[in-house]
Design a binder for this molecule. Structure first.
Ligand SMILES: *Cc1c(COP(=O)(O)O)cnc(C)c1O
Length: 353
């Protein structure tokens, strides 16, 4: 009784839930906690945290970029990049589903005074022809187009991935028109393991890349922004202005180093789990349109005898947490705290519905 009312019991209860709401719900593993515990630290605002410096060097090297900056969140690294690439009144081109546009609290306007031109792509993936057509002419009436921002994988597109050729085509258009090209790579590692693409080609195609460590990589927090030496120097100043300069951040950066060494390859397991669950869901009459499952995200329409809210409530009683993301759709996200046994149990519960 006591344990149910006071902390421990409640915590244990929530640990028993199978949590598909997001890949941000992971908790640091034993190995990751050990890495934090033994991290060497210093004051990172003075550039003196050896663990932060090491993480930044590892990430820059992995993507073939000159420099990197450790940030508290993916939102902050995206917003810093947008701020460095634009001036107030400029226009940013991105998909209508882009996280930078729909899920960062209006940050582009708030932080950078820039406006957005959205393009409707295929599940959030836009093309070079669309970008080319959206660039504003050199005319005093028009905003100045300065930045294109892509997202890979595309979160609200059901975790779908860009073809490298499409990225290179967009990059060429940006070069021709002197536009910066940013990648919101919150789940870039999922795209890399799903497609086998070369991270260094990403480094060449984009002026800046933000990658999240707090999603499938399993860290409690953090994101890394990548770019040229000059870009990162400017980004470091913006991070400070936004209040993102952290002191002994090495304790957290150690989780990123641990994840780079241990958690990339295993993402294929999450992708396999997503396909296994999707195969069960697809047989169900109350499931409508399905976004193709390319990585760790499943987005499906719920119709007939369930609404997304009903289905969410029913599954919660079975110890399974999912999230309604629109009046008609539910999302499930796989991650490293969902074990094969949990996937098996979920498939059984769904099959019996
Ligand atoms: C999660 C996410 C981010 C950043 O999120 P934070 O919670 O601020 O780290 C950015 N872009 C996409 C596509 C995301 O899914």
């Amino acid at each position: 009784m006591y344990s149910l009312i006071f902390g421990y019991g409640i915590c244990k209860l929530s640990n028993n839930m199978i949590d598909f709401r997001s890949d941000t719900f992971t908790r640091p593993s034993h190995g990751m906690l050990q890495a934090m515990n033994s991290a060497e630290v210093g004051d990172d605002v003075f550039g003196e945290d050896p663990t932060v410096n090491k993480l930044e060097a590892i990430m820059a090297d992995y993507f073939g970029k000159e420099s990197a900056l450790y940030c508290p969140s993916g939102t902050m690294s995206n917003q810093i990049a947008i701020n460095v690439h634009t001036r107030p009144g400029d226009e940013v081109i991105c998909s209508n589903l882009a996280h930078v546009y729909v899920s960062e609290g209006g940050g582009i306007a708030f932080n950078s005074g820039a406006q957005v031109q959205t393009l409707v792509g295929d599940r959030g993936l836009i093309t070079a022809a669309q970008v080319q057509a959206a660039i504003q002419p050199d005319d005093v009436h028009k905003p100045h187009t300065s930045l294109v921002s892509l997202e890979n994988t595309s979160n609200f597109g059901g975790g779908c991935c860009y073809n490298m050729q499409d990225i290179l085509d967009i990059s060429a258009v940006c070069d021709q028109h002197n536009l910066a090209l940013h990648l919101d790579g919150a789940r870039l590692f999922n795209a890399l393991v799903a497609t086998g693409q070369d991270p260094k080609v990403y480094g060449q195609a984009f002026d800046s890349i933000s990658v999240c460590l707090n999603k499938g990589m399993g860290c409690p927090m953090g994101s890394v922004l990548l770019g040229s030496r000059e870009f990162i120097k400017a980004a470091r100043r913006v991070r400070k202005k936004l209040g993102g300069g952290m002191r002994q951040a090495g304790y957290m950066a150690a989780t990123g180093i641990y994840a780079m060494e241990n958690n990339i390859g295993r993402l294929t397991e999450d992708h396999l789990h997503a396909k296994q669950i999707a195969a069960v869901l697809r047989e169900k009459s109350f499931i409508g349109e399905f976004l193709p499952v390319e990585t760790n995200i499943i987005i499906f329409e719920v119709k007939g005898r369930f609404t997304p809210k009903d289905l969410t409530a029913y599954l919660k009683d079975e110890g399974i947490l999912v999230i309604p993301i629109s009046p008609t759709q539910v999302r499930m996200v796989l991650h490293l705290d969902v074990t094969p046994e949990m996937v098996e149990r979920t498939c059984k519960v769904l099959a019996a519905l």
